[in-house]
Write a protein that binds this ligand. Structure first.
Ligand SMILES: [Fe+2]
Ligand SMILES: [Fe+2]
Length: 296
């Protein structure tokens, strides 16, 4: 096996994930853990949770379609095997977040119509653009779209969700922790594999930068419109407080923002700032210059 893929083989995946941090979990959380009563009992909070979880399912379905499609586009056997493990990770993520929709009260018969109705159009547009590259068997563009842009950006959203749910909703936080561990492996693969491919094919650099500019727009537009949607953090906090949830349980500090007290603008700028800062570092490591997307 070539050295750029050390740590990305099936044996490593088995030992670290199914036999490691996922051992003993049930749909990604500890057996018996439930969505908190305060969430299930407040129709506005429950709707908000359903809306957010739909975006997670849409993003994970996109990653499942892309990672499985990329297996047959991969130029080497080691990448094919890694993408097979990623395919199973993404299938697991779609299952875990779909299960959360059911736990939040979405009936099996209403699942697809709920997802169609609530899916963020910017995220749907991103998925379309990515899957177009995958269908053309463009491995470099597919891995940049999936493992660098989609996962590199979503990673920080998962981290923020994890920080704000650790006290309030340990069940959801546990499913996110396993997902974050998986995503760390996926973005690591993207950086390693694409870094070496861009060095081998410098002629692809300009068109990958164009792709990055277009695709990061849809991701940032998704985050922006999701954060602005629904009751907003202030009303969420009031609703939690009205149901007796202590402020210490309403969300931890993340990137200098006290999530329990943050306004929409503060959340948006913290998330946008972190995503872009880390994203630029990631691109630099693979030899790509960041191109600023149009303001969402
Ligand atoms: Fe995923
Ligand atoms: Fe992933």
């Amino acid at each position: 096996m070539s050295d750029f893929l050390t740590g990305y083989d099936i044996q490593h995946w088995l030992e670290s994930a199914p036999q490691g941090y996922l051992q003993g979990t049930e749909y990604g959380h500890a057996p018996g853990e439930k969505e908190p009563a305060v969430l299930l009992g407040d129709p506005v909070l429950r709707e908000q949770a359903i809306g957010l979880t739909v975006q997670l399912v849409v993003g994970e379905r996109c990653a499942l379609a892309a990672s499985s499609g990329l297996i047959n586009a991969a130029p080497d056997e080691a990448s094919k095997r890694f993408l097979a493990t990623q395919t199973l990770d993404e299938a697991r993520h779609t299952e875990v977040f779909t299960q959360r929709l059911h736990d939040l009260g979405v009936k099996k018969a209403d699942l697809e119509s709920t997802i169609r109705e609530l899916a963020n159009p910017n995220l749907a547009r991103f998925a379309e653009a990515l899957l177009e590259k995958v269908d053309k068997k463009d491995f470099v563009a597919g891995v940049v779209g999936q493992n660098v842009i989609l996962e590199g950006m979503a990673f920080h959203v998962f981290e923020m969700l994890h920080a704000s749910n650790r006290e309030l909703n340990p069940k959801f936080a546990h499913t996110l922790a396993g997902t974050i561990a998986d995503e760390r492996r996926h973005v690591g693969f993207g950086e390693n594999r694409i870094g070496s491919l861009i060095r081998e094919h410098p002629e692809r650099k300009a068109d990958i930068e164009r792709l990055q500019r277009e695709m990061s727009y849809w991701m940032l537009a998704t985050f922006g419109s999701q954060i602005r949607q629904g009751p907003g953090p202030e009303e969420m906090q009031q609703r939690l407080a009205a149901r007796g949830v202590a402020s210490s349980e309403r969300g931890a500090a993340w990137q200098g923002v006290q999530l329990g007290e943050a306004t929409t603008e503060e959340l948006e700028s913290a998330l946008g700032g972190t995503i872009l800062k880390e994203f630029k570092v990631r691109l630099e490591r693979i030899g790509i210059d960041y191109q600023s997307p149009a303001q969402p």
